[in-house]
Design a protein around this ligand. Structure first.
Ligand SMILES: [Zn+2]
Length: 285
């Protein structure tokens, strides 16, 4: 059964709309994975999720949506209050994600909708929303898909996800806000990099943080993001066929992302296709 993977937001850190970012897009992370039966898994709720919500409402969805958050830093949840299925009667939204430091996941999401910072009252949001905390290594079965999580190297922690259709077929791996290489942000175990290679193994598509050039990555060691060449190395180690560089730096204009992509393509071994994800792009698997 074929899958459609659509990028609704590809930018890291903060939305950067404007002419200089128009090709790769200015909205923050959101990716949807849909199967032919209409099941939908959503990865992150950055500002890109607003347009996804409008699209889902225009084409009737299954009545259940499963949203997996990599973590709750602003750029990954900022669009959630503006996700129109939240305002639809009879809509079920299941939110899955890691537990933030010092709070429950539910508390952080509630605070985002506090009347002090968001004007729409709870009564105006009739969707049934449930929140499920995940640990690294957890496996969740949702309609149409099996989703496994893994630990990423990011300040405060984050989760990567491997999404596989239940009926078998192509796997998609989503790993953003992840610092590969030595000196990573989360002080993960030495076996971690090898475990990641296993986690991504034979994926049809790996969506990975490729925010930096090697020089910028060195300068920003510990910030929890990767240089694009490390992302290529991970794809190659896991025999991944297609790598989509993701979470573009808000200070990079389209030309700089082009340059970073050219560098990554030059480093990629035969058999690994590298692209830079852009807003509105759909990959069919
Ligand atoms: Zn981020």
């Amino acid at each position: 059964m074929s899958l459609s993977v659509t990028f609704w937001g590809t930018r890291g850190t903060i939305p950067v709309p404007g002419l200089s970012t128009a090709r790769y897009g200015g909205n923050t992370p959101c990716v949807s994975i849909r199967d032919a039966a209409g099941h939908c898994v959503i990865l992150d709720a950055g500002t890109g999720i607003r347009q996804l919500g409008n699209d889902l409402r225009a084409h009737s969805s299954s009545g259940r949506l499963d949203l997996f958050l990599s973590h709750v830093h602003w750029d990954h949840i900022q669009g959630l209050p503006f996700f129109s299925p939240m305002y639809a009667d009879g809509q079920e939204i299941h939110i899955h994600g890691p537990t933030p430091t010092g709070f429950t996941l539910e508390q952080v999401l509630e605070r985002q909708l506090d009347p002090a910072v968001f004007p729409v009252p709870r009564a105006a949001r009739p969707a049934q929303v449930s929140v499920q905390a995940l640990q690294p290594g957890d496996m969740v079965e949702v309609p149409g898909f099996r989703v496994q999580s893994c630990l990423l190297s990011h300040p405060g922690g984050a989760l990567g996800y491997r999404v596989t259709p239940i009926g078998g077929g192509a796997a998609v791996v989503y790993m953003t806000d992840n610092e590969l290489g030595p000196g990573g942000a989360a002080r993960v175990s030495t076996a971690w990099q090898a475990e990641l290679s296993q986690f991504v193994r034979d994926a049809a598509l790996l969506i990975h943080d490729g925010m930096y050039t090697p020089a910028l990555g060195e300068e920003r060691s510990g910030w929890g993001h990767s240089n694009s060449l490390d992302a290529v190395a991970l794809a190659a180690a896991g025999s991944v066929k297609h790598l989509a560089l993701f979470h573009h730096d808000p200070d990079h204009d389209d030309g700089q992302v082009d340059d970073l992509l050219a560098m990554a393509r030059a480093a990629a071994p035969t058999g690994v296709t590298v692209d830079a994800a852009h807003e509105g792009w759909t990959v069919t698997l």
